[in-house]
Design a protein around this ligand. Structure first.
Ligand SMILES: Cc1cn([C@H]2C[C@H](O)[C@@H](COP(=O)(O)OP(=O)(O)O[C@H]3O[C@H](C)C(=O)[C@H](O)[C@H]3O)O2)c(=O)[nH]c1=O
Length: 189
């Protein structure tokens, strides 16, 4: 019996991971990642890079993807809470162009596994959020692409009412609409 609770979502390949939490009067302990448990749960991908970012409330990072050298990601939140979003960019997928939202937080300790073929972004809901995530491919700045956070065809219901202002990087402000992404930069399921 795997020590990882894996919950499939309505989007193929996208799943929620919950490691076993060991709580006692001191606090808690958990193995946030264990390669053997990961493989026993049926995941064959290997991670090559750990990323960390800290953001203030209202910061929105994304929606990003890397192409070529696409990255699968395993995302978790160490401090605070984020509204995390993955967008299916896989041509041939029945959920192509659909997104999956989930709140990942220090409290719920949920992790989101996003396979290759998705754009990823998040909005910080807490005063501060520290996000840790593993990737299955190295970063290539020249292949770092994205989709506008407020793309009208994706209809992402960002909970902007929960934050005062949205803060985007200049790069993210200039990202294209989904409809303007060349087919060669999409993915194949
Ligand atoms: C992603 C990345 C960035 N950088 C450098 C490049 C810039 O000089 C600086 C900030 O990069 P950026 O503004 O792209 O960082 P985020 O906006 O947090 O991007 C991330 O946000 C969304 C949510 C993601 O899922 C991606 O993993 C990633 O694109 O870090 C690196 O050196 N290595 C990296 O792997």
């Amino acid at each position: 019996m795997s020590r990882l609770k894996v919950t499939q979502t309505n989007i193929s390949g996208l799943c929620i991971i919950e490691p076993t939490l060991y709580e006692d009067q001191r606090g808690y302990f958990m193995e946030s990642f264990n390669k053997r448990d990961w493989q026993e749960a049926g995941f064959m991908e290997t991670f090559v890079q750990d990323n960390e970012s800290t953001s203030k409330k209202g910061v929105l990072r994304g929606l990003h993807y890397q192409h070529p050298y696409p990255q699968a990601k395993l995302i978790r939140v160490l401090d605070g809470a984020i509204y995390d979003v993955a967008v299916d960019m896989r041509m041939g997928s029945v959920t192509f162009g659909q997104y999956y939202p989930i709140v990942l937080s220090e409290q719920n300790k949920k992790q989101l596994y996003i396979p290759v073929g998705f754009a990823h972004g998040f909005l910080v809901l807490s005063d501060k959020a520290k996000v840790l995530y593993k990737t299955t491919a190295y970063y290539h700045k020249e292949y770092d692409h994205g989709i506008r956070w407020d793309d009208p065809t994706l209809h992402i219901s960002w909970p902007i009412h929960q934050v005062e202002d949205i803060m985007l990087s200049e790069k993210d402000k200039a990202l294209p609409y989904f409809k303007d992404i060349p087919q060669g930069r999409l993915f194949v399921k």
